[in-house]
Design a protein around this ligand. Structure first.
Ligand code: CA2
Length: 148
């Protein structure tokens, strides 16, 4: 796996500016910088993107599937609602790791279900921004191995 797309959904552009008790103080740019370094050390290129729009995320997942890039996806609130994202992941064949900063299971009931977990290669949540680093490690380690 030579290319990994890191895709971020709605409101994650606000990271580090609001609700630090839930989401921490790091910005998305901080996370991007750290991941770029770790990926570079492993000889992997990173494309890092954020959108507030469901259809844009669908397009990016399809793109990753077409070119065989792995995906680290924090779909934000669309995690809990989006059949379109689920269909994009399943239909594109992209290897996707679902990530969340917070432990969604320790939060409101409506965050306990994910539309996308079942079609993702793995799920990492609750480790703050470290969830992204762990997802990168998981994606690199799982590259080329079948789902278990
Ligand atoms: O824990 C996560 O990573 C979430 O995907 C974050 C989403 C939330 O809807 C999911 O249930 C869990 C929310 C992202 C919004 O991020 C903000 C960051 C700072 C200030 C306001 C929102």
């Amino acid at each position: 796996m030579k290319l990994i797309h890191v895709l971020n959904g709605p409101n994650l552009n606000l990271l580090g500016t609001r609700e630090p008790s839930v989401y921490g103080r790091e910005t998305l740019a901080d996370i991007e910088g750290r991941l770029r370094q770790a990926a570079g050390a492993a000889g992997v290129e990173i494309i890092f993107r954020q959108s507030n729009h469901e259809g844009v995320l669908v397009d990016w997942i399809q793109e990753a599937g077409r070119i065989g890039a792995g995906v680290i996806l924090n779909a934000g609130a669309y995690t809990h609602t989006s059949i379109a994202l689920r269909d994009a992941i399943a239909g594109s064949g992209a290897h996707v790791i679902e990530v969340h900063l917070s432990n969604v299971h320790a939060r409101e009931h409506f965050r306990h279900s994910s539309m996308i977990s079942a079609v993702c290669r793995g799920v990492i949540l609750g480790f703050g921004s470290l969830s992204y680093d762990l997802a990168l490690q998981g994606l690199l380690a799982a590259a080329g191995k079948p789902k278990s």
